[in-house]
Write a protein that binds this ligand. Structure first.
Ligand SMILES: C[S@@+](CC[C@H](N)C(=O)[O-])C[C@H]1O[C@@H](n2cnc3c(N)ncnc32)[C@H](O)[C@@H]1O
Length: 282
């Protein structure tokens, strides 16, 4: 479809354009000039497409609430990464399902090692905009093909794994095997990942969620959410040593741009539709 990538990979175009739009807005939540540079270049190809999403991206008419949410999320994940680097300045960060996000440029402390991992179709485009160095690496692989772990294991760590807007597109059993494999191979690492409330993945709420996603993103069926957890502590049951540290929801932010949406934080089912969880994998 769009620039020859599948529905799930194309979700990274949405987050990229959200970062760029927010960067160009008044009092940006996220300042990300590299995303603006990439979208300016991609516009040339996307403007030739008659796909509904391509038209929305190029015309800068993405849903404003989505832009705010995605920018808040990226900023929060930057904060998680910076906090990790404060504690471990020579640490190693793996950005699972990185999409086009230039997080490395936003948070680089001059010492850490950073891996961007995504499907081949994304990394093939990303290499046009990013050059690998001794401290910045691109891995073209499904996160479910565990061979990607080999080069990362050559470092002594400590390790932080981030999965921003990724796990919900995978099957639940695959997310579980991945987390357990990371725990086994990278003992003592940290994981920050976004999860969806599994209550929203069953009828009748699933229909509402699918409709909302479809309306906001105009994506195909493949880009629908497949897995989630019921609460932040659920992953602790997967294996001894998985320890829940903290959680974050968009609605916890006091960002002005959230407007009246902030009121929804008092409704637990809404505050915990899609949120972020931080674990220690001991
Ligand atoms: C919604 S985008 C999020 C991109 C980025 N994390 C961000 O927040 O801007 C989801 C990303 O997950 C990637 N993804 C989905 N399944 C994957 C898999 N099995 N292995 C690696 N990446 C995957 C997609 O290609 C896409 O880039």
């Amino acid at each position: 479809m769009l620039i020859e990538i599948g529905d799930i990979a194309a979700t990274s175009l949405i987050t990229l354009y959200c970062h760029a739009l927010e960067s160009l807005s008044d009092k940006p939540i996220l300042f990300d000039p590299k995303s603006v540079e990439i979208t300016t270049e991609l516009d040339k190809t996307l403007s030739l497409s008659d796909h509904a999403l391509a038209r929305i991206l190029v015309s800068g008419t993405l849903d404003k609430r989505l832009v705010v949410h995605i920018a808040l999320r990226a900023k929060k994940y930057d904060d998680y990464a910076r906090d990790f680097l404060q504690r471990f300045p020579d640490g190693v960060i793996v950005n699972i399902g990185c999409g086009f996000d230039p997080r490395f440029l936003r948070i680089d402390n001059g010492r850490m090692v950073f891996y961007d991992l995504d499907l081949l179709e994304i990394i093939a485009i990303k290499t046009v905009f990013f050059k690998e160095t001794e401290r910045y690496h691109l891995i073209a692989s499904s996160v479910l093909d565990f061979d990607w772990m080999a080069p990362v294991l050559e470092h002594k760590g400590p390790f932080l794994f981030m999965a921003e807007g990724v796990f919900m597109y995978l099957e639940g059993k695959d997310v579980q095997s991945l987390v357990l494999k990371i725990q086994e191979k990278f003992h003592g690492s940290e994981l920050v990942c976004e999860v969806v409330n599994s209550i929203w993945l069953r009828p009748p709420l699933k229909k509402i969620l699918d409709y909302k996603l479809q309306r906001q993103t105009h994506m195909g069926k493949d880009a629908m959410f497949r897995s989630g957890i019921r609460d932040s502590r659920e992953m602790e049951q997967w294996h001894i040593g998985i320890q829940f540290l903290d959680e974050w929801s968009y609605f916890d932010s006091d960002e002005e741009k959230l407007g009246s949406l902030k009121l929804l934080k008092h409704i637990k089912l809404i505050r915990k539709t899609q949120w972020t969880v931080h674990y220690l994998l001991n």
